[in-house]
Design a protein. Structure first.
Length: 169
């Protein structure tokens, strides 16, 4: 009887470690769903600099995909700017440049909304394809370890941005 009890305990411990290991492995798996490690990418900014998502490792990141012609994006931008100014978070806004009429429209939009956070340009649609962006805006809240903690389809109000950032602590 004691032997069966001991075997049960050992098997229980083994399966606990196995299941926990599987959960951790899933979280570290690269992908675009909540709990996955966010896929790295590199984009050029409006200033001509190259930035990668991995440049921000160790910091929480709000990754937003947008376009100048998108009405919900226009609604969301003032809240994103406020969020950037008031919280310790990196805001990386990736413009879907391949959907724009002219590249100049992006700079005009940035100036119109006084955007001071990093704006990347997805010139060939590679990043938006990797993240399967549809609809826009689409926003990912990524923790300091690079794990996606929230995915939002459509415009996100300021209060929701703050709520998702606080839930990552």
């Amino acid at each position: 009887m004691k032997f069966n009890y001991l075997i049960s305990i050992i098997l229980g411990i083994f399966f606990s470690f196995f299941i926990t290991g599987q959960l951790v492995a899933e979280e570290n798996k690269e992908g675009i769903e909540v709990g996955n490690k966010a896929p790295n990418f590199e984009v050029e900014t409006l200033d001509g600099e190259k930035v990668s998502l991995s440049d921000y490792k160790g910091k929480p990141v709000m990754l937003n995909f947008w376009a100048t012609w998108c009405p919900p994006c226009r609604v969301e931008m003032p809240d994103m700017q406020k969020f950037h100014e008031e919280h310790e978070v990196v805001v990386l806004a990736v413009n879907l440049l391949d959907t724009e009429m002219k590249k100049d429209n992006v700079q005009k939009f940035v100036d119109e909304f006084d955007m001071t956070f990093t704006v990347g340009l997805d010139g060939d649609g590679e990043v938006s394809t990797k993240y399967r962006i549809n609809p826009i805006p689409t926003t990912y809240m990524i923790d300091s370890e690079g794990i996606i903690r929230h995915k939002s389809l459509g415009a996100m109000p300021y209060e929701t941005m703050v709520e998702h950032l606080n839930s990552m602590d």
